[in-house]
Design a protein around this ligand. Structure first.
Ligand SMILES: *Cc1c(COP(=O)(O)O)cnc(C)c1O
Length: 417
């Protein structure tokens, strides 16, 4: 079985050519961002004097795990943070976010979320499903939510009005499964400023999942006190086998560390056994390039599906704040076909057919294409779609643009207009 452009219908071949021509300026811009980020990252490695012994792990309690601490130092340096935790032992991005929320917030305090409803898996953490199970709500931590303004920018007046009664302003940078643009770094800065003007003691925490390395700076350079993310997304570079990070103000990172292990113990423990540190180092080092490949796949998918008459977000040529491309596929059958084609053109498990399933943390069935080297990794070409109107495929990742482009084009070939 081979993948050849020549076998595609001629209309699709010309759409492919047109899309490739259309994205020439974006590809150049993505290369420019990649180069800047790679050099900044190399500088951070040099400045922190990363040495060969830092690639080795430890066992047991992991006291004096120099590589683990050095890795966190490099990530802090790159993101302009005072401190960081960057570890394989976070089970997921949600685990890292939950650790940060529970680490910082105290009973009777309030979390103010200014980016509308948070990502599905945070619903249970906050307690918005009305269930207990150890949620923030069960510990007496209040929650207030502000919808985004039309156009997807934060409600600065609302933030100013509610910041006084809140201990934390929470912003989700990426669109998640929502139909809205990713927050720009300048919108994050404006939201942070509005909150801090009203309440100088407020902490600004950003869910940075899918946003890392997309621009030449991070939210920590733009007023965020803390950023949190997953290592099976952007900063793991497709190589990290698991993990998450928390980076920002040292005092906040310390609070999170106490919650992560045990109060009084903090980040002093936690061994990185086996080869995992070397994988995290390599993944981080590759991340600017891998994110650039994913951004190219996103730019291509956006252009191709717009040309084919589908509604796509972000729209063709619009600035990107994450690696997600949302494609409205009009009906359940197209959505299922699209995801199955992405799976069928993946390097791993290409022979499997997909079924929607009730994934933990989501309120409807989800169909997922994930033919990945790392289970569930969404820096690799993957497609998640909640099976609900408007039947949107959330396409993300792609370690390699040529392979991603083939999968996206083949998927387009199978859709019913
Ligand atoms: C993926 C994601 C999360 C949660 O990360 P998991 O690793 O899936 O637990 C949180 N917020 C956003 C915006 C995400 O994209």
């Amino acid at each position: 079985m081979s993948i050849q452009w020549a076998e595609l219908p001629s209309a699709l071949q010309s759409a492919n050519l047109q899309a490739m021509q259309q994205i020439v300026p974006q590809l150049a811009e993505i290369e420019e961002i990649k180069e800047q980020n790679q050099l900044k990252l190399l500088s951070a490695f040099m400045q922190c004097r990363v040495a060969s012994n830092h690639l080795l792990g430890s066992t047991g309690y992991g006291y004096d795990d120099a590589g683990r601490d050095k890795l966190a130092e490099v990530f802090a340096c790159y993101t302009g943070s005072e401190a960081a935790i960057f570890r394989h032992s976070f089970a997921s991005g949600t685990h890292a976010l939950s650790t940060a929320l529970f680490g910082i917030l105290r009973p009777n305090q309030q979390m103010l979320c200014a980016t509308g409803r948070p990502y599905d898996t945070l619903i249970g953490v906050i307690g918005l499903n009305g269930k207990g199970g150890g949620s923030l709500a069960e510990f007496g931590i209040g929650y207030q939510e502000l919808a985004l303004c039309a156009g997807g920018t934060p409600d600065l007046k609302g933030i100013a009005a509610h910041a006084k009664n809140s201990a934390m302003l929470y912003l989700q940078r990426s669109c998640g499964y929502d139909s809205r643009p990713a927050l720009s770094l300048s919108d994050i800065a404006k939201a942070a400023q509005a909150a801090k003007t009203a309440n100088p003691n407020i902490y600004v925490v950003v869910d940075n999942c899918y946003g890392e390395f997309v621009a030449t700076e991070e939210p920590t350079h733009h007023g965020a006190d803390l950023i949190v993310g997953s290592l099976i997304k952007n900063p793991g570079g497709g190589i990290a086998p698991s993990g998450g990070y928390i980076a920002g103000k040292a005092a906040l990172v310390e609070l999170c560390a106490q919650r992560m292990t045990a109060p009084g113990v903090g980040a002093e423990v936690g061994s990185s056994a086996g080869d995992v540190l070397r994988q995290l180092w390599l993944g981080l080092y590759f991340a600017p390039g891998v994110v650039a490949e994913a951004m190219k796949a996103g730019a291509y998918a956006t252009a191709l599906f717009s040309i084919l008459g589908y509604e796509v977000k972000p729209s063709a040529g619009a600035p990107r704040g994450d690696i997600i491309t949302a494609i409205h596929l009009k009906n359940a059958s197209n959505l299922s076909t699209f995801c199955n084609q992405i799976q069928a053109h993946s390097p791993i498990d290409s022979h499997l057919s997909l079924q929607p399933w009730p994934m933990p943390g989501y309120n409807c069935d989800v169909i997922m294409a994930a033919g990945a080297f790392t289970l569930g990794s969404s820096i690799e070409l993957s497609c998640d779609a909640p099976m609900r109107p408007p039947y949107t495929a959330f396409l993300q990742g792609g370690l390699n643009f040529a392979a991603s482009r083939a999968a996206i084009l083949q998927a387009a070939a199978t859709l019913q207009p």
